[in-house]
Design a protein around this ligand. Structure first.
Ligand SMILES: NC(=O)c1ccc[n+]([C@@H]2O[C@H](COP(=O)([O-])OP(=O)(O)OC[C@H]3O[C@@H](n4cnc5c(N)ncnc54)[C@H](O)[C@@H]3O)[C@@H](O)[C@H]2O)c1
Ligand SMILES: [Zn+2]
Length: 439
């Protein structure tokens, strides 16, 4: 019985990881910066952001002066949110146990977590000063133990985004650059004459930023594909249609390419939400983004029951999924594909974006099929080590290694096993009979 009350005009934003024209543009900029370095960075910053200061890096004095301009209330709120983000990230870090296990007598296998040495944090700012992204990337990297965190954010319409710089500084950024877009991402990833390269890049951004990270992956690590924001709400007849409408629009305002999807078991609720949105949109100060987003990428689907709703929701693998039903926690067991789940009317995507403390850098455009969002674990390399302290166990492993390697026709590998089987277990070495002087 499923049907759409509102279908998207275009599905391209929701279904492809990156659009071909964006891919080509980004590839050309990366190639140019690769060969011409700082000079190219300066030109692109001038072209896209009308911004060519003497130095993109802010000095300690400049940072101090910028932070002192930010109202005390704003600083207090930044500190409140950073405490929330830090508390949750610290608990996540604690959940990552290092361990060692003895799988045979004297055979010790372990795994441990080593923070990357340098991380780049992209803090978006083309349309809005997204200071919350500074907490999510910089603070999380610092909590993970990353020694050097480089952070970039663009100027907004030629102005320094004071509050964003304050958030970057308070989060513990070691270097702050006023630089945006592809040119910022490439500078951090590859390094230029003035910026030393990092090991991995994290942070959300528009389609250009997300695509630049995607193309640079391999040369450096990236957190995940975190492009234009998406929201999907699952609602039953108990949901408040006004709240649903407000929450859909809260994310549509991110940009004209942001999908907002409602899946409901109640046709009456679906119709009511559409009506509320039609009334709210013309009055919205950010309707330049929200209106085209809703018009082109807004969807309302009516389905038979909640199981069908969860099933359909899973096919979207949306970045944010809000559950506004009588039993919201049931979604924890029933859903598999989402960046973050918001259970019940008491919370909302905006809390996740701005204040509550879970990380807001989340997978978009289907990436939630294979990854969760940014967290301390993304900045850590989980590495393994091994030691064998019992000669008899080494001899036993050596025998198996010799046979196993010869099945694969690896004579060299086999011999590494053979010598241990011979030295510790007295086995023969037919290929080197005089290797050990044995009595
Ligand atoms: N997935 C997530 O976790 C998440 C979280 C927060 C925000 N977001 C998304 O971040 C994005 C922020 O976008 P934004 O644009 O406001 O800021 P941004 O900082 O990502 O991008 C601004 C930069 O884009 C570059 N740019 C603009 N037009 C260009 C063009 N035609 N060619 C090449 N480069 C160009 C400019 O250099 C500019 O500095 C939004 O799409 C939002 O939805 C995603
Ligand atoms: Zn948002």
């Amino acid at each position: 019985m499923a049907f759409a009350l509102k279908a998207p005009v275009s599905t391209s934003a929701a279904t492809t990881t990156s659009l071909p024209d964006v891919q080509d543009k980004v590839a050309a900029i990366i190639a140019d910066i690769r060969t011409r370095g700082d000079q190219a960075v300066r030109e692109y910053s001038g072209k896209f952001d009308n911004w060519q200061p003497e130095s993109f890096r802010l000095s300690a004095e400049q940072i101090e002066e910028i932070v002192s301009r930010v109202p005390q209330q704003v600083i207090g709120d930044i500190e409140f949110v950073q405490r929330q983000v830090r508390s949750f990230a610290e608990r996540q870090l604690e959940s990552m146990r290092e361990f060692e296990v003895e799988t045979l007598p004297g055979v010790h296998l372990g795994h441990k977590h080593i923070p990357v040495s340098a991380a780049g944090a992209y803090v978006p700012g083309g349309r809005y000063p997204l200071l919350a992204s500074a907490h999510m990337t910089i603070l999380t990297a610092k909590t993970a133990g990353v020694p050097r965190v480089v952070a970039c954010t663009p100027p907004i319409r030629g102005e320094v985004p004071d509050a964003t710089v304050a958030a970057m500084h308070l989060a513990g950024a070691d270097e702050i650059y006023l630089l945006g877009g592809v040119q910022a991402v490439v500078s951090m990833a590859l390094g230029t004459e003035t910026i030393a390269p990092v090991d991995m890049l994290a942070g959300p951004g528009n389609a250009f930023v997300a695509e630049a990270k995607r193309q640079l992956f391999g040369e450096i690590g990236i957190d995940l594909f975190a492009g234009p924001t998406e929201v999907l709400i699952v609602a039953d007849e108990t949901a408040d249609p006004f709240v649903v409408a407000v929450d859909l629009l809260s994310q549509a305002e991110h940009g004209p390419d942001s999908p907002a999807v409602l899946i409901t078991t109640s046709e009456a609720l679906g119709r009511s939400v559409i009506q509320h949105i039609d009334e709210l949109l013309p009055e919205m100060p950010t309707r330049d983004n929200a209106e085209p987003a809703w018009r082109d990428h807004g969807e309302v689907h009516v389905v038979e029951d909640l199981d069908a709703a969860y099933q359909l929701a899973d096919t979207y693998a949306s970045e944010h999924v809000q559950i506004l039903t009588a039993q919201p926690r049931e979604a924890l067991a029933k859903m598999r594909n989402y960046g973050a789940l918001f259970l019940g009317e008491g919370t909302c995507v905006s809390y996740g974006d701005k204040v509550i403390g879970t990380n807001h850098v989340l997978p978009t455009r289907g990436a939630a099929h294979y990854t969760g969002g940014l967290w301390v674990g993304k900045y850590l390399k989980t590495v393994t080590y091994q030691e064998v302290t019992d000669p008899a166990s080494s001899a036993r492993l050596g025998e198996v290694c010799g046979r196993a390697a010869r099945v694969e026709l690896f004579e060299g590998h086999a011999r590494s096993g053979d010598v241990r089987a011979a030295k510790y277990g007295g086995a023969e070495l037919p290929w080197a009979p005089d290797a050990f002087a044995r009595s």
